[in-house]
Structures are given as structure tokens and as C-alpha cells.
Design a protein around this ligand. Structure first.
Ligand code: ZN
Length: 316
């Protein structure tokens, strides 16, 4: 028997519709939805419906996804599969479309967005997830809203994607999964990182595991990957982090070892960062010509001599 159940999870409102029996995991302060993605479904594909969306919405959503996908110690990952006209018509169906869209079919007047997550309870497996952003709400991507309207797309998307991974609302405001909009909030809380590590433990991207000491630099897998730019304003995010300040150079090379672009060449303090590549060549900080489909290497080098290299795929 197909023991599927739909859940409507509402962000940023006092009303919360939830039909779940909560499960608690040891290292999660978050109640859980009772299922996770199977490892064979990771990276989770997602589609974007551009109909009626505010400008910049896709980039904001991609940035929110990259934040989850680059959380250390977690295998959760996502793959952008392009645009769609779908609006979750296959809700809790057997379709493999996981769509973010703007609409007013599932939202209530007091909700900003709804994550629609379907769980096969017997298998403790998430089988479908969609997300509807409320069309009757004002949205922004430039941080203009502060703690209220217009609401920050990236912050709300960061919360709703937490539901996609199987988390519900904890009572602590430390978490991006708190059930009320907390203003612009584009990075995860420590409790969120702990929970995603518990739900999807592992280390992504074949990072060098020969040393047990904390590396002074970490270069993450880019996202989305494969990178499918539809226009010259689409980008893929390359995450990196430093445990101490350093001069950092990140360059893109083709498989012949030829330099395509220097993305950055700057001093950075300890911390986590992302840089963007628009799939172009040319000078640092300027938009060059679009480069062809193919596999590219991105290479990080520190002033201390440490280097990291990863591959990305660009498909036009
Ligand atoms: Zn929520």
C-alpha cells in the first residue's frame, strides 16, 4: 500500500497546518517530518516556474539552495534542472518534479510560502517536494525589507528548503526553521547545521580526508552543478571557507590547463564565502564572453601555498 501523506508547512505566520507525528533525532532540536531523501535521490533535482515571479527570484532561490548544499558535514545536495510551467499539479504523485513557483493555491492570506512535502511513512522516505511562494505578498532580493515587507526571497527560500530536507519548526529563534519570519536571514544557524549533518551525514565532493586535523581551507562543490546558464546573468556559486585569514586566488581552467578566468584575487578573513562564475572568460570583475559547454576545473590557491581543485560541468 502506498502510504503517502501530504504536509503543508507554512512559514512566517502564526497559523501552522501540520499533520505529522513528530520524530526527534538526537542531534536535531528540530522536530522532523518522519522521512528523508534516499541517497539515490540526492542530488535532489529542482525546477523553477518563472511565471509571475519577481525579478531575481531564481538567483535568490539558488543562493538559498547553495547555503544548504554547502553546509559542512552533510551530503544533501541539489541539482537545478531548469524552468517549468508546472505548479505542483502532481502533488504527492509519483512525478519526480520538485518545483518552486509563485502562486496562491496552497497559501493562506497570512502565509508567505508553503513547502509541500510528501513522506512515505513506512519507508521513512520523502517522495516529493514542491514550494509555493505567495503571489499576494511583496518580495525583494535587495535586502530592502528589513524585518518586514517586502520579504526577502532568499531568507524565505532558505526556511522552506529546510522543510524539503525533512525538518519542521523548532522553538528556537537560532534556527532558520523558526516558524515566524525573522527578517533577512540568509545563513544557517548552528542548530540547523547540526540537524542537516544528522539527517544526511557525510562529506560531499571527494574532499581530501587524509588528515584528521582541521584544514585551513575548504573548497566546496559548486552549485548548481551541472551549471546550465540560460542567460549571461545566470551564475553558479563556488563556496570556500578559511580557518584563518589568507590571500585567496580562485581561477577557472579548461581541461587543457588553459586559464579561462580569474574569479578573485583578494585577502580574506577567516570565514565562509561564495564566489560566482557566470560561465564567461575575460578579466576579473568584468563580464567576458560566454564559454562553451564542457568540464572545467576551479582552482583555489592560498598565499600559504595550499591548493584545492574541483570540477564543474557547464551545459548550454
Ligand atoms: Zn516553515
Amino acid at each position: 500500500m502506498n502510504n503517502l501523506r501530504c504536509k503543508k508547512l507554512i512559514s512566517a505566520t502564526t497559523s501552522l497546518l501540520l499533520w505529522a507525528t513528530h520524530v526527534q533525532a538526537a542531534s536535531c532540536v528540530h522536530p522532523l517530518l518522519g522521512g528523508t531523501w534516499s541517497s539515490s535521490d540526492i542530488p535532489v533535482s529542482y525546477l523553477f516556474n518563472p511565471s509571475g515571479t519577481p525579478s531575481g527570484a531564481l538567483s535568490a532561490i539558488q543562493s538559498a539552495l547553495a547555503t544548504w548544499a554547502t553546509a559542512p558535514g552533510s551530503l544533501i545536495d541539489v541539482r537545478y534542472d531548469g524552468t517549468t510551467t508546472d505548479t505542483a499539479t502532481g502533488l504527492c504523485g509519483t512525478d519526480t518534479k520538485h518545483v518552486a513557483f509563485w502562486g496562491n493555491r496552497f497559501n493562506t492570506p497570512s502565509s508567505l510560502a508553503v513547502a509541500l512535502v510528501c513522506v512515505d511513512e513506512a519507508a521513512q522516505r520523502i517522495t516529493d517536494a514542491d514550494m509555493e511562494f505567495n503571489t499576494t505578498v511583496s518580495w525583494a532580493t535587495d535586502g530592502s525589507g528589513g524585518v518586514g515587507s517586502p520579504y526577502d526571497i532568499q531568507s524565505v527560500a532558505l526556511h522552506e528548503f529546510g522543510h524539503w530536507w525533512g525538518m519542521d519548526h523548532p522553538t528556537t529563534r537560532e534556527s532558520v526553521m523558526f516558524n515566524t519570519y525573522q527578517g533577512i536571514r540568509r545563513s544557517l544557524g548552528a542548530v540547523d547545521e547540526a540537524c542537516i549533518q544528522t539527517l544526511y551525514p557525510g562529506t560531499r565532493g571527494g574532499q581530501n580526508q587524509t588528515s584528521q586535523t582541521t584544514p585551513s581551507v575548504n573548497l566546496g562543490q559548486n552549485g548548481p552543478n551541472p551549471f546550465r546558464p540560460r542567460s549571461s546573468s545566470d551564475f553558479t556559486l563556488i563556496p570556500f571557507s578559511l580557518s584563518q585569514s589568507a590571500h585567496v586566488t580562485i581561477r577557472i581552467f579548461n581541461l587543457d590547463g588553459e586559464l579561462v578566468k580569474t574569479l578573485l584575487d583578494n585577502d580574506f578573513a577567516a570565514g565562509s564565502y561564495t564566489t560566482r562564475w557566470f560561465g564567461d572568460n575575460g578579466n576579473t570583475g568584468q563580464t567576458g564572453e560566454s564559454v562553451a559547454s564542457g568540464v572545467y576545473l576551479y582552482h583555489l590557491k592560498l598565499s600559504t601555498g595550499e591548493e584545492r581543485t574541483k570540477k564543474l560541468m557547464l551545459i548550454r
